[in-house]
Design a protein around this ligand. Structure first.
Ligand code: IVH
Length: 675
């Protein structure tokens, strides 16, 4: 019996050694066949003599029975996260900050590549694997003991040192190499399961599997970068004082440590190494997203301490990634206020330049087809500066055949009405004016600064009002009474009152240009609205304007003119405008808007009017001219500067033409007033 136990132990040691050669050193000494023979021999013995079974036998790396759930596992020392810096300058600033805590002292830095995987803590007692936990929120992680046990390069027994710690927590990153990731995805697809977006997701997904046998089948690797608690019961003469010594210890204990680490003696050396790794990045077997820099001296680390979130003695310098690859999970369709359907990419969340990106614009459907995007594709996403993230292109080499063609929406995803595409336009539109999506967006614009600037009416209230049917069009806002809204969730007496007051106040304040802008006429922004207000002075004038009249106006082209013209001829809009009129929200151009110009253009000028004016009465016109310092006379003479020609002009027009006096249309007259 003793002999069998001894034999088993010998086999285990031998297999552990070969595991170490193969998985840690990547330098096997024996063939796969020889290894398999040893392994099978051990397994048979353990089966025959179950009394000698051990959770630390190499046979236990194949994965036990599935779990129901992961238990929580607190960390004895918090697993902090790291602060990030993104440039040479920010790195310098960081060094200046910590130098203040260590005045006049030299600082050495330990620089590791920052592996993009999942942080894990391993726990060993008396050299034996006791368990493992994910980082979780830094304080409590998930107990992933059984899964982590299956990772090939993690020893179930540490290599025997003379000074083996009695207890040690080893921290590091679980990763999948780029190459293994591609292989794994191919396998996933063959088996009809969903491929992973990137190696990090694959690593994390593999660890968070309830069935350890699945984890065992995944090409996971662990790289140590630090320790938690470390303890020797009997006081030995082990002594270490630097991060580099910790790394040495971890290596001697039989672990892979983060490769390509470097001890740097100055901050310049650190940033140079950072740029060097950035250049070499593509050649790495594993995905890295920057470097982790640690103050090498543990004593200095101790004095630097930590903030609530992260240690001061370590920092990540991130590669500037403006682009990243991720999976295009889906394409959803958003309905804008003018009814334009915009396709939006739903992405597997990916960090780009320090921000998590989950959605990106696809601009329009033509572009989706031009880029040949498919749902399920791995795509290149760009986020440059503060612009909205966009999908650049699919990575066609990563296609699996499982990708699906995007479909053009035939109906509005919100109201279900038919979608149309105007000729010469790339956009598909929902033309149902009462589509709730359009109404919500339209209202958001209506109350925004570009519109009537109604304070306190945010997106969520607008959504509530529309969803509850309290507001069915823009004008309904002004019919709201306190009792209509006071019963709503999160609405109080005071809030309701403030809101009603803000709406009433906005109504009083509404100027013609803001009102036109608020209507959200396609292609009419604040600038054009301003021009239109000055040009037409009243909504009646504007709504009756012909395309010809509109095109005459500077800065208004054919397309804009057509859009304005059709807006005022759409029955829903006509009804809306009538409603506004009834409510008394019917702004006209306020005089002060053309106060200063009147001086130069009209002052001391003499006007004659002939024919009927559309936008104002003759008396009103006279009043305006006179207020602006001009004169209005009744008969034509050489002293007259302008003859304003209205509808059905009389003989004055002919006379003016005869003696060569400048004639202008009503529009031109208004332009003189308001320019
Ligand atoms: S040291 C207090 N070293 O980065 C220092 N972390 O943002 C703790 N990581 O959760 C971390 N490679 O998952 C360290 N060489 C490395 C690393 C590394 C990747 C991850 C780790 C950590 C995260 C912090």
């Amino acid at each position: 019996m003793k002999n069998i136990e001894k034999k088993i132990e010998e086999l285990r040691k031998e297999i552990e050694y070969h595991n170490y050669r193969y998985y840690v050193l990547d330098d096997p000494e024996i063939s796969d066949l020889e290894y398999d023979n040893l392994f099978n021999e051990l397994r048979e013995l353990e089966e025959k003599y179950p009394e000698f079974k051990s959770p630390h036998s190499p046979t236990q790396k194949i994965g036990g029975p599935p779990l129901k759930e992961f238990k929580q596992r607190p960390h004895s020392i918090p697993m902090y996260s790291l602060d990030n810096v993104f440039s040479d300058q920010e790195w310098e600033e960081y060094v200046s900050r910590i130098q203040k805590f260590l005045p006049g002292e030299d600082i050495e830095f330990w620089v590791d590549p920052k592996l993009d995987g999942l942080a894990i803590e391993l726990i060993y007692e008396n050299g034996k694997y006791l368990g493992a936990a994910t980082r979780g929120d830094g304080f409590v992680g998930e107990d992933v003991t059984e899964n982590v046990r299956t990772i090939k390069n993690i020893p179930l027994r540490l290599r025997q040192l003379t000074n083996l710690p009695d207890f040690i927590e080893i921290r590091g990153e679980v990763v999948i190499s780029k190459q293994d990731f591609l292989k794994l995805n191919r396998k996933q697809i063959e088996q009809g399961t969903k491929p992973f977006a990137n190696p990090r997701n694959a690593a994390a997904g593999s660890i968070r599997q309830l069935d350890p046998k699945i984890t065992a089948s995944r090409p996971l690797k662990f790289f140590a970068y630090g320790i938690g608690i470390i303890r020797w019961e009997k006081n030995t003469n082990v002594y270490f004082s630097t991060q580099s010594q910790i790394m040495e210890l971890l290596f001697e204990l039989g672990l892979n440590i983060v490769p390509q680490a470097k001890l740097c003696l100055s901050k310049q050396e650190v940033i140079e190494y950072f740029h060097f790794l950035d250049m070499k990045r593509e050649d790495f077997q594993y995905e890295i997203d920057g470097v982790v820099v640690k103050v090498n001296s543990l004593e200095q680390q101790k004095r630097l301490g930590a903030t609530a979130r992260s240690p001061r003695w370590a920092i990540a310098i991130k590669f500037r990634a403006e682009q990243a690859e991720t999976r295009l999970k889906d394409i959803v369709v958003q309905v804008g206020r003018t009814g334009v359907l915009t396709p939006v990419a739903i992405l597997d969340p990916v960090e780009i330049g320090g921000a998590m990106v989950k959605r990106a614009t696809l601009h329009n459907f033509d572009e989706i087809f031009a880029k040949e995007l498919k749902i399920g594709d791995i795509v290149l996403v760009q986020r440059a500066g503060n612009v909205i993230p966009e999908v650049i292109r699919p990575i066609k080499e990563k296609r699996t055949g499982e990708e699906k063609d995007p479909v053009l929406p035939k109906r509005c995803p919100v109201c279900g009405s038919k979608v149309v595409k105007l000729k010469d336009e790339v956009y598909y539109r929902c033309i149902n004016a009462s589509c709730p999506a359009r109404l919500k967006r339209g209202l958001m614009h209506f109350v925004s600064k570009a519109g009537l600037d109604i304070h306190g009416l945010g997106q969520s209230w607008i959504e509530t009002f529309v969803d509850k049917g309290i507001v069915k069009d823009f004008a309904d806002l002004f019919l709201l009474k306190k009792q209509d809204i006071i019963h709503l969730d999160r609405m109080g007496d005071k809030l309701a009152e403030n809101m009603i007051n803000a709406i009433a106040e906005a109504k009083e304040r509404a100027s013609l240009d803001k009102f036109i802008s608020a209507l959200g006429i396609r292609l009419v922004g604040e600038q054009t609205a301003n021009t239109l207000a000055k040009e037409f002075k009243t909504l009646d004038n504007l709504s009756n304007a012909s395309i010809e009249q509109l095109i005459q106006i500077k800065d208004i082209g054919k397309e804009v003119a057509a859009s304005i013209y059709s807006f005022f001829r759409t029955p829903e809009n006509k009804a809306l405008l009538n409603k506004f009129k009834d409510i008394g929200l019917w702004p006209i151009l306020k005089e002060k808007q053309y106060h200063h110009e009147k001086e130069s253009k009209i002052k001391d000028k003499t006007f004659v009017f002939t024919g009927k004016l559309e936008s104002m009465s003759r008396n009103r016109a006279k009043e305006i001219v006179e207020r602006a310092g001009g004169r209005v006379v009744n008969s034509i003479s050489k002293k007259v500067d302008y003859v304003v020609v209205g509808h059905e002009p009389g003989s004055k027009l002919k006379k003016a033409q005869k003696i060569g006096i400048k004639t202008i249309s009503e529009q031109e007259f208004i332009r003189l007033l308001t320019q």
